[in-house]
Every structure is written in structure tokens, then in C-alpha cells.
Design a protein around this ligand. Structure first.
Ligand SMILES: [Zn+2]
Length: 494
């Protein structure tokens, strides 16, 4: 009997010891880079129950041990601006190093339905803002078609070129109704208020301020595509930046200006100087960019209402259909712009010189604005690492990782405390990790082949689970979880 008890004790003791040492997953001997603390050293990383439990120079053992020798081990990239939430987009995002992709610009038209549609079916973490565009459409009696709710969030149908919800100013009662709808969307888990002011030109300056007031009331940020682009006054990009910085100043809401590269175009550095000035005076203003000279939007959206060529300084031939490569002519443009069938168009409106100055700017975080049809969907993050870190040498590897993980995590902390465990490679943080080869990582997506996956991401860990293993997507694994705002019961208020 004594012997049985002794061996039982030994069994319990040895199991406990093994449990203390064993991890679900170990990344062994990689170059661990953490932009928050500046750690840049060869370390072993032990992962258990979805968390980074141990980062050590000493050997650690685990059920699966990955030799990360010669590879970079960094916090998974966080994309604050991803429209395409479908599986094909998620796969190319994962192969581009992205562990969280959020639709914060326009926002999903129905937060609850969006979250429900993603639950248990997501490779990477997801979330959305509460959509001002959709709230406006609902209040004007033109609710968005149900088929675009969910994975197709940000589809061109959300942005009609004309109609009351697009063109007309809201009455005071309608503004209140839009705010009520947005409150309900925030209660459903929206992370912020998402505005696409250029797509709702009927929204007055006062309506914009009233939406910022609501954001301030909820202590949440506004993410916005600004009212206008280009140099022509009135309606320049400079005026557009002034409008939203003014709205942030008078209301106290945090402001995130999306894709400053594609709204401010040749004036991007002037716009960045305005953001810098606002920050220097205590305003909470942030911004993002993607590393391509073309944008993409719906050809029959309000963005192409009369005057667009003068405003953007481009012509019909600078518009290209993504699926066929066709450059538009005046006749073809008129046909598509006036058609009720919505269609994406690539807009070649920026120069390489400007983009090359914007990406390294210390205030600029990287976000893709991704959707099928534009290579930014699949290639944004690898492209920054290949072109700006490796080839041009204008961004250090640590700064690139900071722009793609830690800075967006800090931005997201304005919406949820859960973000404090993201964008960091430290003990206790969420095990959302990208393991890539800094020598070979490259984007492969082009304007001709926009869904070509990037190469060089060897492993991707999402919530402790491998989603990319030896450069390939792991089948039937869906560890992506919702990231929700404080309105949703049980989520954490920042
Ligand atoms: Zn936009």
C-alpha cells in the first residue's frame, strides 16, 4: 500500500513538473523583436492556452517545437483597415503576416450580424466600427441590401453615387436618429464610429461634428475617410483635414484619418504636418497609409461625381478595371459611372515619390484598405518589409514591425483594453505571432494578379494556434476571435 501511495505521489509530482515545463507550442531560437520594449535577441518562446507564457534564452520544451533559427519572431500584424472579410481575403492576409484585420473605415452595415457571421469561421481576429454610412442609409429609408452585410462589408453597394442618403443633408431629427442607430451598433460591439464622408457628401459639417460628439460621449474614436481629396479649393484635402481635426478639437473625440496617402495624394506631407501640429497641441489624431500608388473604390460612387478629374489631377485613362486591366475612356467611364451595377475601379492618383516619403514617416502606421481586386489586400505588409526595409533601407526592421503591430495595437486600446495584450511580444501577451524570413519576404500580388499570396511568412500563430505552418495555410483551423468595443456586455472598457 505504501508503495502504491509513493508511486502515486511520484506520478502526480512528475506530471506537475512536466506541465510546468511543457508548452503547447515553442518557437525555438528565432530573433525575437518586440517594438514596445525594444527587445531584439535570439530567444525561445513558449506558448500555452493562447498566451505567450515564456520568453527565454534557456531551452524550453513543448508538444510542438518549431525551429525558428534565422527567422524573425514578431507580434502578428494588426490591420485597422480591412474591408474584405471573406475567407479568400483572410488567407492572403494570413500569408502576409496579419493576425487581426478590422473593418474600421466604413464599418460593417450591421455589427451584430457581422460578428455572428464570423464566429467560428475566422482564420484571424476580426472586428468592425459602427458605420455612419449605413446608419445614414437606414435613416433615409434606403437600408443597405442584406447580401452585403457580413463578409462583404465594404462592398461597393454600400457607397451609392447618388440618392437621398448620399446627397441630402440630414434634418435635426434625422441626425438624432443616425446617432441612435450608431449607439445601438456600438452596444452590439462596434469598436469606433466609422465615417466615409466623401461617400456621403450630403452630410453637413454640423452632422460630422454631431457624430464626433457621439464618439466623445462614448469615449471612442472616429475613423474617417475624409470629405475630399486633391488640391482644388474649395474641397481640397487640406480643407478635409481641417474639417476633421476641427471636429476632434471641438468635441474631444479621438480621430484616426484613414489612408492619408490616397486622400491627400501629392499633399500627403502637408497633411502629415497638420496631424503633427494637432498632436503637438494635445489633440489625439493618428493616421495610416498603404504602400501603393493606386487606390480602389466604386466607379459609381460619389467620389466620381463631376469635378473629380480636376480635383484629383488625373484623367479617365488613370482609372483601370481590376479584373480586366482595361483603362477607361470618357465614354466607358460615363457608362460605368451611370450604371446601377456597382464595380470596383483602380485609381492611379499618387506618385511613387510621395508614397516613398509617407511610409517611413514616424506618425504613419501601416493599414491595407484591403479588398479583393487591389494588391494591397494580399501584399501590403510584405511589401513594406521588402521595399522599405530591405531594398530602400528607409525604415528599420524594428520600426516596420512597430508600424504594423504595436502602433495599431495602441490605437485599438482607445476602443478595448483587450488590445493591451496585442501588438507585443512579451510574456502574458496574446500568442498572435508572425515568424518570417527577413531576407526573402516579398509581396507577389500585382495589379494584374491581386490575390497572389506573399512569400516569406513561415509561421503564423493566432491565439496560440498555427494558422500558417511551413509557409502554408493549415486547413480547418479557425482560431480568429471577435474584438469588440466596450458597448458589448462583458467586454472591457479602456
Ligand atoms: Zn477609404
Amino acid at each position: 500500500m505504501r508503495r502504491v501511495i509513493l508511486s502515486l505521489c511520484l506520478l502526480v509530482f512528475s506530471t506537475a513538473t512536466v506541465a510546468a515545463q511543457q508548452y503547447d507550442l515553442v518557437l525555438r531560437g528565432g530573433r525575437v523583436m518586440d517594438p514596445e520594449t525594444g527587445l531584439d535577441a535570439v530567444r525561445n518562446v513558449g506558448i500555452r492556452d493562447g498566451k505567450i507564457v515564456r520568453i527565454s534564452a534557456e531551452a524550453v520544451s513543448g508538444r510542438r517545437v518549431i525551429d525558428a533559427g534565422g527567422l524573425i519572431v514578431a507580434p502578428g500584424f494588426i490591420d485597422l483597415h480591412q474591408h474584405g472579410q471573406d475567407m479568400a481575403s483572410q488567407r492572403v492576409k494570413a500569408l502576409d503576416g496579419v493576425t487581426t484585420a478590422l473593418e474600421l473605415e466604413i464599418g460593417a452595415p450591421d455589427v451584430a450580424q457581422f460578428l455572428k457571421s464570423k464566429e467560428g469561421h475566422s482564420l484571424i481576429h476580426y472586428g468592425t466600427s459602427a458605420s455612419h454610412v449605413a446608419a445614414r442609409a437606414a435613416v433615409f429609408g434606403a437600408p443597405l441590401p442584406p447580401e452585403i452585410v457580413g463578409a462583404k462589408a465594404g462592398a461597393p453597394e454600400i457607397l451609392p453615387k447618388s440618392g437621398p442618403a448620399t446627397d441630402q443633408p440630414a434634418t435635426p431629427d434625422q441626425i438624432e436618429a443616425i446617432q441612435d442607430r450608431l449607439r445601438a451598433e456600438l452596444d452590439a460591439g462596434g469598436l469606433a464610429i466609422g465615417m466615409g464622408i466623401q461617400y456621403t457628401p450630403g452630410a453637413t459639417r454640423l452632422e460630422v461634428i454631431d457624430m464626433f460628439r457621439l464618439a466623445a460621449e462614448r469615449r471612442l474614436p472616429v475613423y474617417t475617410h475624409m470629405r475630399s481629396a486633391g488640391r482644388v479649393e474649395p474641397g481640397s484635402a487640406i480643407e478635409a483635414v481641417s474639417e476633421v481635426i476641427g471636429a476632434a478639437a471641438v468635441t474631444g473625440a479621438s480621430l484616426h484619418i484613414v489612408h492619408i496617402n490616397s486622400t491627400c495624394l501629392r499633399d500627403s506631407l502637408e497633411c502629415l504636418a497638420m496631424v503633427e501640429g494637432a498632436r503637438a497641441r494635445g489633440l489625439d489624431v493618428t493616421t495610416e497609409a498603404y504602400p501603393y500608388i493606386a487606390g480602389m473604390t466604386a466607379v459609381n460612387s460619389a467620389l466620381f461625381n463631376p469635378g473629380w478629374r480636376e480635383k484629383l489631377g488625373i484623367d479617365y485613362g488613370d482609372l483601370v478595371l481590376p479584373d480586366t486591366g482595361e483603362h477607361l475612356t470618357k465614354e466607358r467611364f460615363e457608362e460605368l459611372h451611370n450604371s446601377s451595377a456597382t464595380r470596383w475601379v483602380l485609381v492611379f492618383g499618387n506618385t511613387q515619390e510621395v508614397v516613398d516619403k509617407v511610409i517611413p514617416h514616424p506618425l504613419v502606421m501601416i493599414a491595407s484598405d484591403g479588398a479583393e481586386g487591389h494588391p494591397r489586400n494580399a501584399g501590403t505588409y510584405s511589401r513594406v518589409l521588402a521595399q522599405y526595409v530591405r531594398e530602400k533601407g528607409t525604415v528599420t526592421l524594428m520600426d516596420a514591425i512597430r508600424k504594423m503591430s504595436f502602433m495599431p495595437a495602441e490605437m485599438l486600446e482607445r476602443s478595448t483594453l483587450a488590445a493591451r495584450q496585442k501588438g507585443r511580444l512579451r510574456e502574458g501577451a496574446d500568442a498572435d505571432i508572425v515568424v518570417f524570413d527577413a531576407v526573402t519576404i516579398s509581396d507577389r500580388a500585382t495589379f494584374e494578379k491581386p490575390m497572389e499570396p506573399s512569400v516569406g511568412v513561415q509561421y503564423l500563430v493566432v491565439g496560440g494556434k498555427l494558422v500558417v505552418d511551413e509557409g502554408k495555410i493549415v486547413p480547418d483551423v479557425f482560431p480568429g476571435r471577435a474584438i469588440v468595443g466596450p458597448g458589448k456586455i462583458g467586454s472591457e472598457r479602456p
